[in-house]
Ligand binder design. Structure first.
Ligand SMILES: C[S@@+](CC[C@H](N)C(=O)[O-])C[C@H]1O[C@@H](n2cnc3c(N)ncnc32)[C@H](O)[C@@H]1O
Length: 255
């Protein structure tokens, strides 16, 4: 792909193989094309590895965090389950939303919680909102523990951010889908991998071996879920698409 930005003519020219098209630079379509490249270059430069939330590193695109905050503010879940803890920033983020909303508890699962990360999470002022579970997210004992914490909670949302291989995400989808309550979401993170296969540091097999592919195949067999990007509660922009790492990642339970 060859992209040429002409700020004088206010155009963006896209050449792909034998075809080329020129579009207005200041248009939703140009934003989408440039945002795709911003995501690719940013990923190669570890853009998402430079933020913290209330003191803990959070490995996310800030755009995605704002979007899920909107969903959680509207849904007011009783339990937020996240697979993949790393430094704990995302758990603290969800805990801070529970605190602000006056409702909710967070369950974080990781195959290996490093002692320094565990200590920092357990010393955090929001720790009471969080239950840590160590083990693989698809392990039977881990799932039993998660189900016990959830109990008969009315609203449950699950966020998948652990091992991003197709096989693991497919197994997580099968394991966690039954926990999602009507109208809530199973959020599959990092479907952007398909877009990063040819970026330095990416892997050629990411074109198929990625969370978005697992989510699409899951949906084809589970009519009770639908791919549904949450509506923007406030949107005065001209844009249709978000810049996101969570490509095709919003699975809403509709039945
Ligand atoms: C991308 S990081 C999580 C980032 C974190 N959610 C955040 O937003 O800052 C992925 C984490 O998944 C964990 N992980 C890898 N395989 C796993 C598995 N099978 N079960 C649970 N966690 C796993 C890794 O140990 C790592 O800490």
């Amino acid at each position: 792909v060859k992209l040429t930005v002409d700020t004088d003519a206010q155009t963006l020219c896209l050449v792909e193989g034998d075809t080329s098209r020129t579009i207005a630079l200041y248009s939703p379509q140009a934003f989408e094309l440039l945002a795709q490249q911003w995501l690719r270059v940013g990923w190669s430069q570890k853009y998402s590895y430079r933020f913290t939330w209330l003191g803990r590193p959070i490995v996310q695109l800030p755009e995605d965090l704002l979007r899920i905050q909107e969903v959680i503010q509207q849904l007011k879940p009783d339990v937020i389950v996240e697979t993949g803890i790393a430094h704990g920033g995302s758990l603290i983020f969800y805990a801070s939303l529970c605190h602000a909303l006056g409702n909710g508890h967070v369950v974080g699962i990781d195959i290996s919680i490093r002692p320094a990360n565990r200590a920092a999470i357990e010393a955090h002022p929001l720790h009471d909102y969080i239950t840590l579970v160590e083990g693989s997210s698809t392990d039977t004992l881990v799932l039993d523990t998660v189900r016990a914490v959830i109990g008969d909670a009315a609203k449950v949302i699950v966020i998948l951010d652990s091992n991003h291989s197709y096989a693991h995400v497919a197994a997580e989808l099968r394991a966690y889908a039954p926990l999602i309550t009507l109208g809530s979401y199973l959020v599959v993170q990092d479907g952007v991998m398909a877009l990063l296969a040819d970026v330095p540091g990416g892997q050629p097999d990411w074109t198929d071996n990625n969370p978005a592919a697992a989510a699409r195949d899951f949906l084809s067999e589970h009519a009770e879920f639908v791919q549904s990007r949450p509506p923007h509660p406030f949107d005065e922009s001209r844009l249709e698409r978000d810049a996101t790492y969570w490509t095709d990642g919003w699975l809403r339970r509709r039945a």
